[in-house]
Design a protein around this ligand. Structure first.
Ligand code: PMP
Ligand code: GLN
Length: 379
């Protein structure tokens, strides 16, 4: 077989988690919690498994889950999505992203990616014949988006802009002003937006979640991709959703029906019931803000430098005071030599660069964060 994607290797998350396991290192690389989800959520899954909710769910997802997602979106942001036509339950945000990109991107279309970006975006664009066009965000200005640069990259072929707030890997969040600047750029164009919001409920220091759907000019062209994996500490469940206006949702569902058709039924019922209690998701930001603060306290004595993450469960640190090594080499060495695994941020750019930044996942129990902090502080 001649590889269709010869340049694609194994994701950095798999590579670093394996290295961490092989060396018995603390795994602060791949983003997943090392603690359990709410026992109530487990009980609910058990309840629906025993109730016999074990056959195919409808293509669009079960009604109560679509309804509560629409309700939550309306309560939080005042925006209405019709649960039957505009909310679709899928197998994780990765599927939502792939289906949304596939729904709109045709051969030769240009897609704007703001790098560093989550690693599934580019392959999804390319597999659909799209051409990634990069806008580079840099640590020097804490990864803020220069919308003049975005504007300059727009051509007649631009079909889609991919956004991610709160942002993986950098932990930054978009502001209301970002939305206004973007709206001015896309007004009078047919450009779509895919907004990756898997960390919607992990946002700190009183920041607001500025989803593009909160701007009418953007809402009508946006596919929101969400996931319950992060919010409820269950990354292995792979249940996510897409919110999009009716016509966009129709196209989205045409792809979803051939990708997965539907997703795991008893878990959908459990999530629908768990979401009835708003505190179950509204409390998550506070929980992770404490984790972020704990991790930062644990590396306070180190020679790393950082700007505290505003959202997500990742903290990026600059290690230029410590070594000249490139970030991949350092991440591998720290895993083997001091037993702490991280993610080198340069892998989220399309070209090699020499930014000296590592990403640490702080979704870990306090003891793990303390031991990691002790080890990192000796560097
Ligand atoms: N987008 C971002 C930014 C992520 O960090 C992740 C993490 N896994 C995903 C999408 C994928 O989410 P899921 O596991 O629900 O497919
Ligand atoms: N989203 C997770 C991260 O950024 C990893 C997901 C995966 O392993 N595919 O670490």
């Amino acid at each position: 077989l001649q590889s269709k994607q010869p340049h694609i290797g194994t994701t950095i998350f798999t590579v670093m988690s394996k290295l961490a396991n092989d060396h018995g290192a603390l795994n602060l690389s791949q983003g997943f919690p090392n603690f359990e989800c709410s026992p109530k959520l487990i009980e609910l899954v058990e309840k629906y498994l025993r109730k016999g909710m074990n056959q195919y769910a409808p293509l669009s997802g079960i009604q109560p889950l679509r309804e509560i997602i629409a309700q939550k979106t309306s309560d939080l942001y005042g925006i209405s999505y019709h649960p039957d036509q505009e909310v679709t339950i899928v197998s994780g945000a990765t599927e939502a992203l792939y289906a949304a990109i596939t729904a709109v991107v045709q051969t030769g279309d240009e897609v704007i990616l703001l790098e560093p970006n989550y690693d599934s975006y580019e392959p999804a664009v390319r597999l659909n014949g799209g051409i990634p066009v990069y806008v580079t965000l840099t640590p020097e200005n804490n990864y803020q988006i220069d919308w003049n640069v975005v504007k300059a990259k727009i051509t007649e072929k631009t079909k889609l802009i991919l956004l991610n707030t709160p942002h993986n890997p950098t932990g930054t969040v978009m502001s209301k002003d970002d939305l206004e600047q973007l709206a001015a750029i896309v007004k009078d164009t047919n450009i779509f937006i895919v907004s990756d919001e898997v960390y919607e409920h992990i946002i700190f220091d009183g920041h607001n979640h500025w989803s593009p759907i909160r701007h009418p000019e953007l809402q009508k062209r946006t596919f929101v991709c969400g996931s319950f994996g992060k919010t409820f500490h269950v990354t292995g469940w792979k249940v996510g959703y897409c919110l999009a206006p009716q016509q966009l949702s129709e196209e989205f569902r045409k792809v979803h029906q051939w990708l997965a058709f539907s997703t795991v039924t008893p878990i959908q019922y459990a999530l629908a019931e768990f979401l009835q209690e708003p505190d179950n998701y509204l409390s998550v930001s506070q929980f992770y803000q404490e984790k972020r603060d704990k991790f930062i306290a644990c590396i306070q004595g180190s020679r790393f430098e950082w700007i505290p993450a505003s959202g997500s469960f990742f903290q990026c640190v600059n290690y230029a005071n410590i070594t000249d090594e490139n970030d991949l080499a350092l991440a591998q060495r720290l895993t083997k030599e001091i037993g702490v695994a991280s993610i080198p941020v340069s892998v989220f750019y399309h070209q090699k660069n020499d930014y000296k930044i590592l990403r640490f996942c702080f979704a870990k129990d306090d003891q793990t964060l303390e031991i990691a902090g002790e080890r990192l502080s000796k560097l």
